[in-house]
Write a protein that binds this ligand. Structure first.
Ligand code: ATP
Length: 343
């Protein structure tokens, strides 16, 4: 079955990892009609007046699914994050970031298997800041019952549907008693009323939880967080399995889903053919599984399995990019994958 998928290459390493991912998907026989649109700096460079052009949004609404490269967010000034704006505009409230050990990538721990479920639409990430007077700034953390309830339900549903054993909320409700307190209340309520006996529930203060994570990641299973905590914990967890080059992600709403790697635009290595395309490729594998489930297309499952087997084989054979200790460039890794998928 042919699927129309919106493709947003992004900027920085985005175009490089997107090109590599497209090549690998084509080699695996994925039948996608790519509808290419721009966002962020690339949109401005293409002549758009907006960093988030309406046609990009409309295309995702129309086709339902997008694969997105990273978009740079200026630090300390400039336009607000495109990644955040896109999630808010489309109400992609549930981010899912699986973090798994890979054969062929040696790290401190074996058999890490975590999933971060991040609330994607509010929290401190609402970015509402005010200058009260010279030298005094306030940042507003937003927590609504609707969003807390929705993400808690999403996290438990995700856990149960995938046979996961435990959901742990990371919070700071000893300090942020009302906002993080609301998140906890929603999670407790939903667990008690709908998921008691189906999946275990835990709460941890986020500071102590980060310490436990780096001491023993096997203590956790599904980790649910508000927006900012989810951002930070995702990168921390990525570090447990080989880094940002191997950590995929998906942003789900009720109508649309946008698949993107956890990493940013990595300006330090952009344009050098050094980036690892695996994180975006793994995000594309999540997209294939989403298409299989929502459009009943079992070919997508078979292709997703073949790609996963091929990258496991590549990594075991030492065919990997520099971030993982290998010596392949982005395009060489894509070619190595293509050979395995076609051969
Ligand atoms: P943002 O805040 O924009 O999401 P980030 O904090 O996730 O960005 P990145 O821009 O992703 O930061 O880069 C962090 C570090 O990880 C950089 O040193 C970068 O080179 C490295 N990195 C990120 N993605 C990749 C990749 N796909 N391949 C290799 N290295 C990567």
């Amino acid at each position: 079955m042919r699927h129309s998928v919106v493709l947003i290459p992004g900027d920085g390493i985005g175009p490089e990892v997107t090109e590599a991912t497209k090549h690998i998907l084509a080699s695996a026989g994925a039948d996608f009609a790519w509808i290419e649109h721009q966002a962020g700096i690339a949109a401005l460079e293409a002549g758009s007046e907006s960093v988030l052009p309406p046609e990009t949004i409309q295309a995702i609404i129309k086709h339902g699914v997008a694969l997105k490269g990273p978009c740079t967010t200026p630090i300390g000034g400039g336009f607000t994050s495109i990644n955040v704006a896109l999630r808010k505009t489309l109400n992609l409230y549930g981010a899912v970031r699986p973090v798994r050990s890979l054969d062929g990538v040696k790290t401190r721990y074996d058999n890490v298997d975590l999933v971060i479920v991040r609330e994607n639409t509010e929290g401190l990430y609402a970015g509402i800041e005010n200058k009260i007077t010279e030298g005094v700034i306030t940042s507003l953390k937003v927590a609504t019952y609707e969003a807390c309830h929705r993400i808690a339900k999403f996290a438990f549903e995700y856990a149960v549907s995938r046979g996961r054993k435990k959901v742990t909320v990371f919070h700071k409700a000893n300090i942020l008693k009302l906002s993080d307190g609301l998140m906890l209340k929603c999670a407790r309520d939903i667990h008690e009323k709908e998921y008691y006996g189906k999946v275990e529930y835990q709460e941890h203060l986020i500071d102590a939880a980060c310490m436990r994570l780096v001491q023993d990641p096997h203590l956790f299973d599904v980790i649910m967080c508000e927006n900012l905590y989810g951002d930070m914990v995702s990168d921390l967890c990525a570090g447990l399995v080989g880094g940002l080059g191997v950590t995929p992600g998906a942003n789900y709403g009720d109508e649309q889903a946008v698949f993107e790697a956890v990493h940013g635009s990595a300006p330090d290595i952009a344009g050098q053919n050094l980036a690892n395309p695996l994180a975006l490729l793994m995000s594309a594998v999540m997209m294939l599984r989403h298409l299989a489930a929502t459009r009943d297309d079992q070919d997508c499952t078979a292709i997703a399995d073949r790609i996963r087997n091929a990258y496991n084989e590549c990594l075991l054979a030492g065919e990997k990019t520099k971030d993982l200790g290998g010596d392949l460039h982005t395009d060489q890794f894509a070619e190595a994958m293509a050979k395995r998928l076609q051969g």
